[in-house]
Design a binder for this molecule. Structure first.
Ligand SMILES: [Zn+2]
Length: 619
């Protein structure tokens, strides 16, 4: 039961949610109102009920059935649709167990994440070493490690026991310390499916060596705590507890369906918005992500109906290989259509886990900074809520960061924080905060039809405005302000180290100049001296540069690993390494070199952006 206070809050929010009645659409244009009215939830819910019967593991027959269902419903409405069948590199978990090597001990129930090493029937045996790392507090710090990441080899041959989900940063850190296997203690009694490789999408020659060599198993909270207690007791008695971890996975190449519907724009058909979500799931995955698939289908059909009023094109894509291929489907698309996406995609919008039970609030929304204004306005106009959120984590089919494409949304609505706490729920990566996420229990119970209608409308309106705004709603000045904040935070870490701090001076100079150029551009625009066509072209090109500098280290047509990417990642070394290393030390010398090289990339990029803006303002 939840305490009174939290249900009152929920009630209050429900009251606000009533704003989605047509009466409240007064801030919408007539075209927008017509689009909203045609989204009723019927199409989306029909798909949700169908998908609730399909175990859509990537590469499976059920995934193909799901793809066929989407294609049939699109064709029935006359929406143009392409089906591709790329070969994806997947890792399919097939079972795991943990054994304490002592007489009378039964095997402990376990799951292995996708891309764990497969041990063979004998498993990997070693002394159990408890290495605390803590549980994530919420979905925001889900991807942080909490472990010593220095790579000092203090776990050679050991079976490491730690808390949390087996996500890539923790797995990478434990592998670097020499562990042979790792056991993760789930935050609750449910064991969540997961994927532990840091390699984003299909591996290439430069990153294939990063595939985990660690064997990984996850156990329930109570089993994990018993293991930790036994390890402590053994250590107290000067003994070591020997355990065996067995994991079984199938890893290889699988053909998978990628479905892409295109609703052509009536004015600028060559430019497009990409709206997308994943088709595959763990188990029947209703909250993650049948609801999103349903929202995409309903939006595709509604946009097709209203296409005469659609300015730019919209592509709606359903990806395979998200859960068992680390976003392999969207990465394949970023590869296969890389140049086209870089040149013509206005923005991408990711739809994952909308419309889940109790997910009344939009407090965990992702956006690249130039789209914050758009997202907040859409949420405000439809719900009366002030959306919260910010910088997207390096996760969730954001396979377009290296291409520099601006983005809105990843996970959707969530349950209010006080409700989550009242229920004793821990942070999860989807399902609106419902802890059935990534388990056998993520079924129809997790979806909420009313909230799904609301969230589908939010996505539809965001896409509509991106496709229809005459001037692209890319607030480049907001991006510059966000980058400045990040640079200032790094500079503060180097206070008291003037020589190191001065490396960053050039960044601030260039941020000032770019900001001044953007102001001149705005003045020229308001005076009617800049045409919409050239303005949009410049906004897109400048955003490309800024998104790459702010969200990626690697080149434009590559993929950064699935590890946390700090703001202005090229400068993060200032805080992470330089500030920590003694002055005059060799480590400080190396770190300074990294910072200088990173600074040069940032300065050069900012200048490139400024020249584009100046060229436009001078027209
Ligand atoms: Zn998902």
């Amino acid at each position: 039961m939840q305490p009174m206070q939290s249900s009152e809050t929920t009630q209050m929010i429900r009251g606000r949610q009533d704003d989605t009645t047509p009466r409240a659409w007064r801030r919408l244009s007539p075209d927008e109102r017509a689009l909203m009215a045609s989204i009723t939830g019927d199409e989306a819910w029909r798909l949700v009920e169908r998908f609730a019967t399909l175990v859509r593991e990537s590469g499976s027959e059920d995934e193909r059935r799901a793809a066929r269902y989407v294609v049939e419903r699109l064709r029935e409405a006359g929406v143009p649709v392409e089906v591709y069948t790329p070969t994806l590199y997947l890792s399919l978990p097939r079972g795991a167990e943990v054994r304490v090597d002592a007489p009378g001990q039964a095997a402990i129930r376990a799951k292995t994440p996708s891309f764990s090493a497969s041990t063979g029937p004998g498993g990997r045996r070693g002394p159990l070493v408890y290495v605390p790392s803590g549980f994530a507090r919420g979905s925001a710090d889900l991807f942080e490690s909490g472990l010593d990441g220095s790579g000092r080899r203090d776990l050679e041959g050991a079976i490491a026991l730690t808390e949390g989900l087996p996500l890539p940063q923790k797995v990478t850190d434990l592998e670097a310390r020499g562990a042979a296997a790792a056991i993760f203690i789930s935050p609750g009694e449910r064991i969540h499916e997961a994927i532990c490789t840091p390699v984003w999408g299909g591996p290439d020659l430069d990153n294939q060596h990063r595939r985990p060599k660690l064997a990984v198993a996850a156990v329930s909270r109570s089993d994990g705590e018993r293991l930790a207690a036994a390890a402590r007791e053994a250590a107290g008695g000067g003994r070591r507890l020997e355990v065996t971890v067995v994991t079984r996975l199938e890893e290889g190449l699988y053909p998978c369906p990628v479905v892409v519907a295109t609703i052509p724009g009536a004015v600028e058909p060559e430019r497009f918005v990409l709206l997308h979500g994943h088709l595959d799931s763990w188990h029947v995955g209703v909250g993650d992500n049948a609801v999103g698939d349903g929202a995409l289908l309903e939006i595709a059909r509604a946009l097709w109906q209203h296409r005469a009023a659609l300015r730019r094109s919209v592509r709606v894509a359903w990806w395979p290989g998200h859960s068992q291929g680390r976003y392999a489907g969207s990465t394949w698309y970023a590869d296969a259509f890389g140049v086209e996406l870089a040149e013509r995609c206005v923005a991408h919008v990711n739809c994952d886990s909308p419309g889940c039970r109790w997910a009344e609030v939009l407090q965990d929304v992702s956006w690249t900074p130039e789209l914050e204004g758009l997202v907040k306005e859409v949420v405000r106009d439809l719900t009366g809520q002030e959306a919260g959120g910010g910088r997207p984590p390096r996760a969730g089919d954001y396979s377009f960061n290296n291409l520099g494409i601006s983005a809105a949304f990843m996970l959707s609505s969530t349950m209010p924080e006080d409700l989550r706490r009242a229920k004793g729920y821990y942070g999860v990566g989807g399902c609106g905060g419902n802890v059935e996420w990534h388990t056998e229990d993520d079924d129809l119970e997790v979806a909420d039809r009313e909230l799904l209608v609301r969230d589908t409308r939010i996505y539809a309106l965001a896409v509509w405005r991106l496709a229809n705004a005459e001037v692209l709603p890319l607030d480049v000045r907001a991006a510059v302000a966000d980058m400045r904040q990040a640079a200032q935070a790094y500079a503060r870490k180097l206070e008291g180290r003037p020589a190191a701090r001065s490396v960053l001076d050039g960044v601030f100079d260039e941020l000032d100049r770019l900001e001044a150029a953007l102001e001149s551009m705005e003045t020229a625009r308001q005076a009617g001296r800049i045409g919409v066509g050239p303005l949009n072209e410049t906004l897109m090109k400048v955003s490309r540069i800024l998104v790459r500098l702010h969200f990626a280290r690697e080149g434009a047509f590559r993929q950064d690993p699935a590890l946390p990417v700090p703001p202005l990642p090229d400068l993060a070394v200032a805080a992470e390494r330089l500030a920590e290393s003694p002055e005059e030390s060799v480590e400080a010398f190396f770190a300074t070199n990294s910072l200088v090289r990173g600074r040069n990339r940032v300065v050069y990029g900012l200048r490139e952006a400024r020249r584009l803006v100046e060229a436009l303002a001078a027209v």
